[in-house]
Every structure is written in structure tokens, then in C-alpha cells.
Design a protein around this ligand. Sequence first.
Ligand SMILES: *Cc1c(COP(=O)(O)O)cnc(C)c1O
Length: 232
Amino acid sequence: MTLQSRLRDVENRLEQACLRSGRQREDIKVIAVTKYVPADTAQAVVREGITHIGENRWPAAKAKWDVLKGQAVFHYIGSLQTNKVKDVIGKFDFIHSLDRLSLAEAIHIRAQALDIHVPCFLQVNVSGEQSKHGLAPEDVKTFITDLQRYERIHPVGLMTMAPYESEPEATRPIFRSLRQLKDDLNGMSILKEPLTELSMGMSNDFEVAVEEGATWVRLGTVLVGKEEIEEG
Ligand SMILES: *Cc1c(COP(=O)(O)O)cnc(C)c1O
């Protein structure tokens, strides 16, 4: 399949999911996850009008950032080690993987040095799988409260990864829980500004995530394909 036909196919599927759930297509933004593909593919995606790029490791992201900075908005979607914060903050516009206070502190300090604010999603491990990063759902309220001491961090919403399911419908309770958690947190008036964003849905399950309220879907394989690439 060509890139254009993949984009068309994803677009149709997004529109159908919106129709099924009474949502507006413009309320859902697509992040092209380019971690599996080289920089020229990422450039082609941006030329086709998808200007949000997601990467999960700085060494692999660097080539894309070098050619696309200023043309694309960069989303850091991988687990972030504290000692990698200096590489990432200032280059990536959104962090989707904030899950601990030590990381929040490191981001805050770096953001202060650069005199910027950093929009962050709090990653939540809704499924409870051992292999997944993220806060336990019951810890998010305390975490958000503690986060307020880092004024350079701007919490915009919640992010989760559902377990891979051969039947995507099986992911629905995960996405529904994340939306419910967001609504609960917003009802507690612990935040200066409400959380508005839900980063959820990948190639295998994005339609279900959209039906359950995703505002950002992170699409790799289904959108840009998957290739073996050398990491620089
Ligand atoms: C790789 C990755 C994606 C995209 O995965 P696909 O299944 O290829 O769409 C989305 N989110 C995160 C956090 C990822 O690491």
C-alpha cells in the first residue's frame, strides 16, 4: 500500500468511528508514529499534511527532528529516563509519558533553564500489565496534586496503552476507564485547569479509542508502515 492510500484508509476509519459515536472528526488529532521508519518517510507524512510526529527514543528521533523541526510538532511517547531529559525537553512539544515525580522534577528544571513550559500527558497503566509503564490509576490524584510544585509542567491530559488484543473490542474497558479517570479528576477541583486531552489508541485499537473519547491517536504501523531501520 502506498502512503497516500494508507492515509485515506485511516481517515475513512476515523470518520466512521466518529459517526458511530457522535463525535466531530476535528476533535481528534493524529500523531504519526515514525519510530519504525526512516526520516524521508516522516517527511513524506508531513508533506501529506500530518504534522504531528511521535517518537519513543531520542537517538532514533534525531534524524527526523533535524529535517522536520519547525515543520512538525514533536511528541515524545516513550518512557523517558531522567538522564535523557536534556536531549528531549526543548525539542519535543508534548511529553506523553510523565509517570513519576523524579521525572517531573527533571523536566521542570530543564524547562526553567530554557524558560519554557512543557505540556505533559500523565501516563496511566490502566491494564495493570507488569510490562507497561505508567501510574496506577489510584495514584494519579496524589500525583497531580504533587505535580503542582513544578510550575513549568502543564498537565494537559492522560495517556494509556491498551494491551494488544486480537479482538480490538476487548480494549474498550481500558479506554473507558481512562476517560472516566479524567472526568473524575476534573470533578475534584485539584487542578488549576481541567484535563482536556486523552492520548489513546494505536494501530490495532484506534477506532475503539475514538469511540471512547480519544483526542489524540498515536498511529505507527497502520499509517506509515513498518520497516527495519538502522538507528543512528
Ligand atoms: C509504537 C507506539 C505507538 C504506535 O504503534 P502502532 O501499533 O504501530 O500504531 C503508539 N504509542 C506508543 C507509546 C508507541 O510506543
